[in-house]
Write a protein that binds this ligand. Structure first.
Ligand code: 13P
Ligand code: SF4
Length: 348
């Protein structure tokens, strides 16, 4: 990833004002976010939301946002929201000339791999991922030498270089189905150690692991979950499979971010705790007023690089364009397309 200086512009220094016109243009979004965003914050966000909506039309752009984006992005400016699989699926059918990916770099790269002819922008190039950082293409080549003939299943939370060395990709929503789709006894599963361990509990296929972890999910502990249960005996615990195994053992449901959201929307539990990134509860609370959210807060610092001022600048200046070497992209695309053919699985 190219090192760049991304100036912090999280204050309203863009000459945008909360005028009556802005208030009228953002009225419906405001109503949805009434209990989630305070009045004083809204006066800062609304002018950005109104201007971003205009710029999207001018640029023929679409905004794809991951479920971990903050409510003013998720509910305010995104055209399509979803988990990693959903964003990859939507990137294939996006009709716009420009895709702005509000998420982390590997998600933007995946969109570019699937749409080489389109302009894909990420509002802040520093939006990385500890899992993607944990492994290189060279590491995968060495593993393939060590385990000749064993297929490589790679979590999408990886660079294009790593995907290009892989047989097939997966996400947390379809990891088990992808592994089983290969019809083999043994796979190399990269790079998330905990996701690999979770998949191993769901299949008879032998899983050879790497030791990458998500810096957000690895911080949750089983004792923390037991404390929530002691404090709220009726609480339903939903956890992301990037959490350590003893945390997942304590959960009522394990699934991707979309799987967890689907659980809340469909089953409307009285009280829930989502063992994942903080913004998930905020985004869901805005649309599920009857559900009480217990809110542990582990922020993903990479996802939080994306802000309304940076999205505005991305659309104004068409920055930062994500490029993938065409030969590498072609090989990575095979692995991503094989995953898309498997579709959504039991994890959401
Ligand atoms: P999902 O595919 O479940 O959205 O997960 C992406 C991610 O980065 C989780 O940490
Ligand atoms: Fe990566 Fe974890 Fe952040 Fe997801 S939450 S983008 S896996 S660091």
């Amino acid at each position: 990833m190219a090192p760049v200086q991304t100036p912090d512009r999280t204050t309203p220094d863009d000459g945008l004002e909360f005028t009556p016109e802005v208030e009228a243009a953002t009225k419906e979004i405001r109503a949805r976010l009434e209990g989630t965003i305070a009045e004083v914050e809204w006066a800062v966000h609304a002018p950005y939301i109104a201007r971003i909506q205009e710029l999207k039309k001018e640029r023929n752009a679409v905004i794809l946002a991951h479920n971990y984006q903050t409510p003013e992005i998720f509910h305010g400016v995104a055209d399509i929201v979803g988990d990693s699989l959903g964003l990859a699926q939507e990137a294939v059918t996006a009709e716009a000339d420009v895709i702005v990916l509000c998420g982390v770099h590997f998600m933007a790269e995946t969109a570019k791999i699937l749409n080489p002819e389109k302009m894909v922008l990420i509002p802040d190039l520093r939006a990385g991922c500890s899992l993607a950082e944990s492994i290189t293409g060279e590491d995968v080549r060495k593993l393939k030498e060590r385990y000749p003939g064993v297929p490589v299943v790679t979590y999408v939370n990886t660079s294009a270089d790593v995907k290009a060395e892989s047989d097939i990709c997966c996400t947390s929503s379809n990891a088990v189905q992808v592994v089983e789709s290969l019809g083999v006894d043994r796979v190399i599963f990269l790079p998330d150690e905990y996701l690999a361990k979770w998949v191993a509990t769901q299949t008879d296929v032998e899983i050879i692991r790497w030791d990458g972890t998500c810096e957000v999910h690895e911080r949750f502990t089983a004792e923390e979950i037991r404390q929530y249960r002691r404090g709220y005996p009726d609480v339903v615990v939903l956890a992301h499979p990037e959490c350590p195994p003893d945390v997942l053992d304590e959960a009522d449901y394990v699934g991707s971010t979309a799987g967890m959201m689907g659980y809340v929307r469909d089953r409307q539990p009285e009280r829930v705790v989502m063992i994942t990134e903080c913004s998930m509860s905020d985004n869901l609370a805005a649309e599920n007023p009857n559900v009480d959210f217990v809110r542990p807060c582990n922020l993903c610092p990479h996802m939080k690089r994306i802000t309304l001022p940076r999205i505005l600048r991305a659309l104004e200046n068409l920055e930062y364009e994500v490029e993938v070497d065409p030969e590498m992209a072609e090989r990575a695309k095979n692995a991503v397309e094989r995953m898309l053919a498997v579709g959504r699985g039991s994890g959401g």
